[in-house]
Design a protein around this ligand. Structure first.
Ligand code: AKG
Length: 343
């Protein structure tokens, strides 16, 4: 909408990003001269900050393999405060007092994602503003990117590994990232500790992994095993093999792993007592949201009138997965994620 208004006021448009004039080289900092971008200013700023922060190799990694590790982003104090806040959150919400070093599988059974952490403690906005990951996010998603969610994939011993997936959409991916992730290790990562694992160069494939491009155990892909109705003890016994090419990240607390939203990634099952804690700061381009904020509570009469009309509810985004707060997303299956172009 804003772009259209700009087009109307900036005169003729020749379809090449210029104004159709013959005045020679355009002033690239003038927003009105280009519909293709806001000019070179943003690109120059983004690349300059990457250079100033010494992130040239990280930029190359993102391009070549679709992910990169920025070491030592967080201080020991930030790590300790973030871990304590996450464990306090679990205790308050789930009544579980988990031990970082001694948690056992029966308390846990795999992974519990902790939602909506941003306002839980001062440390989280502080981490959000860390310049190095933000500089790389600006490279991937533009300076106008926004935080989509901040949560923690908390892994305890046993259960299933986290299936490989891309964070981008089920269809319509292209090489321009629409979403990107910054995953802070808050405890050490390794295969037996429940590390993150990624597939280099998968961001070029512009699709989600298929059934066979995923974890396997006993010759079966993880999706089949999830459907097989095994008992928790049977699941814990399985030996998992990652898909070909997967790289396990052995990284330290405070390191940040950043990836393009198309990059395939998953997580090892934790096989040691205690917890694997991360902080996932997930970002998206500014347009990845409805233009209007749905669920306007100032109009209860309209919602009451259509209370029995599922189509109205759907168009109002009531079946959208996103838009959660402390309660987290509805994983009951009532709001299935679209997987194909007509879903
Ligand atoms: O660190 C992990 O467990 C993986 C997180 C993940 O899959 C994600 O943030 O999309």
């Amino acid at each position: 909408m804003a772009e259209l208004a700009e087009q109307k006021t900036s005169g003729a448009v020749d379809g090449t990003g210029g104004t159709g004039g013959t005045e020679g080289v355009a002033d690239t900092t003038d927003r009105s001269v280009s519909l293709l971008s806001n000019g070179d200013g943003s690109r120059e700023r983004v690349l300059r900050s990457i250079e100033e922060l010494g992130l040239g190799q990280n930029l190359a990694d993102l391009e070549v393999q679709g992910f990169t590790v920025v070491p030592d982003v967080l201080s020991k104090d930030q790590i300790d405060r973030a871990v304590s806040a996450i464990l306090a959150y679990v205790e308050r919400n789930d009544g579980k007092k988990l031990s970082l070093d001694r948690a056992v599988g029966s308390e846990f059974n795999g992974m519990m994602y902790q939602h909506y952490l941003l306002f839980e403690d001062d440390v989280f906005p502080e981490i959000l503003l860390e310049p190095k990951p933000l500089a790389l996010m600006n490279y991937l998603l533009g300076e106008s990117c926004v935080l989509s969610s901040m949560g923690s994939h908390l892994r305890g011993p046993g259960g299933l590994p986290l299936a490989f997936h891309a964070d981008g959409p089920a269809m319509g991916m292209n090489e321009v990232a629409q979403v990107a992730n910054c995953n802070y290790a808050l405890t050490p990562y390794s295969a037996s500790k429940g590390a993150l694992t990624l597939i280099p160069n998968s961001h070029r494939l512009n699709r989600q992994p298929n059934l066979h491009e995923n974890w396997r155990a006993d010759g079966q892909p993880i999706a089949k095993i999830m459907q097989a109705g095994l008992q928790p003890e049977e699941i814990d016994e399985l030996e998992w093999a990652p898909p070909r090419g997967a790289v396990t990240l052995d990284v330290n607390p405070g390191d940040a792993v950043i990836w393009h939203g198309n990059t395939w990634h998953g997580g090892w099952r934790r096989d040691e007592p205690g917890l694997r804690v991360n902080l996932a700061a997930y970002f998206c381009r500014a347009h990845v949201a409805t233009q209007e904020r749905r669920g306007d509570e100032r109009h209860p009469d309209v919602f009451a009138k259509y209370a029995d009309e599922p189509l109205f509810a759907k168009l109002m985004g009531r079946q959208l997965f996103n838009g959660w707060q402390e309660e987290g997303p509805d994983l009951s299956g009532a709001t299935p994620a679209p997987r194909g172009p007509y879903d």
